[in-house]
Write a protein that binds this ligand. Structure first.
Ligand SMILES: [Fe+2]
Length: 254
């Protein structure tokens, strides 16, 4: 969520990579620029902090400059189930030092603003075409409804190493390893200010609910956290061994 989150990522991710011995860092960047959309500057900031692959969601189309960036840079992906012809791709094969992972971005259809294609059939098609690249498969299911994310977790159990939800910004407490070996959480939570309504200035959002008038949201600044998950995956089988939730507080004085 905007600048506070980008600073938290810059200050916290490098040490997190060392401490946890992370091979791959994936972040959803759809609100990295001003709390809505992603631009080239914020993409570069996140990559230089150590993030390897950036996923996104419904706000990916907000900044026009990102359209050509999506076509030229595979490490930023958008939901795969947007209609054919949309800029960029919905998956990326990340490779480094003999380790590879197929990262897939999907968007849900329940209570979402875009009429995207079926994410379930879409992920089947990607796995059929790209699945041989790596047994490690990481799926960001960007969706509003817990039921749709939960269903995707079960649908991919045994076929994906990790299925994590994004979009709702509120971290859920249902992290677990499903019977087939897929690490699952309904929402990893946002990187951003906790003293907010899903990252935005709370007063403006409350006023919006009460008046029903159009309003301009600003990213809040207080009580910034980096939230997410750490997953341990067997690289040979693609099965997850452990999933753990993260919530790290960030101080501006860092
Ligand atoms: Fe979203």
């Amino acid at each position: 969520m905007g600048r506070p989150a980008r600073r938290a990522v810059r200050d916290l991710v490098p040490s997190l990579i060392k401490q946890e011995e992370l091979d791959l860092v994936v972040a959803n960047a759809e609100n990295a620029a001003g709390g809505m959309g992603v631009d080239i500057k914020s993409t570069k900031e996140l990559l230089s902090a150590g993030v390897h692959v950036l996923t996104s969601g419904n706000h990916i189309w907000k900044k026009k400059e990102i359209y050509s960036y999506l076509d030229e840079h595979g490490h930023l992906i958008r939901p795969a189930n947007f209609p054919a012809g949309a800029p960029g791709k919905g998956w990326y094969v990340w490779q480094h030092d003999g380790f590879s992972a197929l990262v897939i971005n999907l968007q849900g259809r329940v209570f979402m603003p875009n009429h995207v294609d079926d994410p379930f059939r879409c992920v089947d098609e990607i796995l059929k075409q790209q699945g041989e690249h790596s047994p490690v498969v990481i799926v960001d299911m960007h969706a509003e409804a817990t039921s749709e994310k939960n269903a995707m977790g079960w649908y991919l159990d045994g076929r994906a190493s990790v299925v994590f939800g994004t979009h709702t910004h509120i971290q859920t407490a249902d992290d677990r390893i499903l019977p087939g070996g897929t690490a699952y959480i309904t929402d990893v939570g946002m990187c951003g200010p906790l003293d907010s309504v899903i990252g935005m200035e709370k007063e403006t959002v409350i006023r919006g609910f009460m008046t029903q008038l159009p309003r301009q949201f600003e990213v809040a600044e207080d009580n910034v956290v980096l939230q997410g998950i750490v997953v341990d995956v067997n690289q040979a089988s693609g099965r997850a061994r452990e999933i753990r939730r993260l919530r790290m507080h960030w101080e501006a004085a860092h």
